[in-house]
Design a protein. Structure first.
Length: 368
């Protein structure tokens, strides 16, 4: 079937109009008065330095490398405490005194073991002399040597049990002293308190740093590595130093340890939440949360550009990578669809979305 030339030209013109309208379906043009009436405001998208994971449960901990725990070597009753939490101490400074029956028994055992070892050694030397004179048999000398060796072993054990323990002036009382210079992070004893053998009494740190232990969902394990930045609730920042190798079965999470340079605000044992910044793709940008519009399973942002007499707005589908209370980290669903520096609509975007379905005015060619 053949159509007259005029009818064919009219069909071609309609087809071109349809194609132009489809190409510009996502572009919305407004004049200056409309922009003002809709109260549209824009901000520049910023390059994203990281993807935030917010409100991760965390606990403040003493650093492993620069902290020491002072424990009670013998069970007893705390008779006095010399320092409190936050105090700065020198190496060897008195921390507390403990009255202990076990310590008194250990001192007595050391004296007894010393006497027994000296007597056994003397008897062994005497038997050596008698063997040389042919008075006794070698079997008796071997027996004396064995008794002397056993006595020496018991003496060494008694000395080891008291190694590093300083006795005070009172009988059965010993002192807990600082093994290094530093700051007292935790005091776990008080006067009159009963302590067991090897119960922790103090935690000392060499400097003001503290660690943060926190949990991250195991789904993020591919992005976890030492060196990532951690942000605290007060704005302080730290660096991840270790990533756990085992998954917690109950929470399906990994434990990470980060180091804070200062602990003026945070105390060991305190529970809080932290924000972890994961590496961001090169094309990721930061935009205010108000710039995002839900659109089914995706989100949209509107990118503004200048147009004669007003402005033009382009709807860009984006992938949401992460967010905090103020901003979201996104990237365009298509390559180079959204980049740092683009002017995104942060107010009035909800008024623009309904206009996407409306036909936009097309410029008509002037008749000659």
């Amino acid at each position: 079937m053949f159509f007259p030339f005029a009818q064919r030209a009219r069909c071609a013109w309609l087809a071109l109009c349809l194609l132009a309208g489809a190409a510009q379906a996502a572009d919305i043009r407004l004049d200056a008065a409309q922009v003002q009436r809709l109260d549209i405001q824009i901000e520049a998208a910023q390059a994203a330095q990281g993807i935030p994971l917010d409100r991760l449960p965390a606990e403040i901990s003493a650093p492993l490398e620069t902290s020491r725990t002072v424990s009670a070597p013998f069970a007893g009753v705390v008779s006095g405490v010399a320092v409190d939490e936050g105090a700065t101490v020198k190496a060897g400074a008195l921390l507390a005194r403990v009255q202990s029956r076990d310590f008194l028994a250990a001192q007595a055992d050391l004296q007894r073991s010393g006497s027994d070892a000296a007597l056994a050694q003397s008897q062994s030397r005497r038997d050596e002399s008698l063997l040389a004179e042919g008075i006794i048999a070698r079997a008796r000398v071997d027996e004396s040597r064995a008794r002397a060796a056993d006595a020496q072993a018991r003496l060494a054990q008694a000395r080891a049990s008291l190694a590093g323990v300083t006795a005070s002036g009172a009988g059965g009382e010993y002192e807990l002293r600082a093994p290094m210079a530093g700051r007292v992070l935790r005091r776990a004893v008080a006067p009159g308190q009963v302590v067991g053998a090897f119960d922790p009494a103090f935690v000392l740190a060499a400097d003001a740093r503290v660690d943060v232990l926190f949990q991250v969902p195991v789904a993020q394990r591919a992005a976890l590595a030492p060196g990532l930045t951690v942000e605290m609730e007060d704005g302080a920042q730290g660096q991840v130093v270790t990533v756990g190798a085992a998954t917690d079965a109950a929470s399906q999470s990994l434990r990470l340890r980060a180091r804070l340079s200062e602990s003026a605000h945070w105390r060991v044992g305190e529970r809080t939440t932290v924000r972890l910044l994961l590496p961001a793709p090169p094309d990721a940008v930061r935009v205010p949360l108000t710039a995002l519009l839900p659109d089914g399973e995706r989100a949209l942002v509107f990118v503004a550009s200048n147009a004669p007499g007003g402005a033009q707005y382009r709807a860009v589908p984006v992938e949401r990578l992460g967010a905090n209370a103020r901003e979201a980290v996104v990237r365009g669903a298509a390559k180079a669809a959204l980049k740092a520096g683009d002017a995104v609509v942060v107010r009035g975007a909800s008024a623009l979305k309904p206009l996407m379905a409306q036909p936009q005015p097309q410029s008509q060619p002037q008749s000659k």
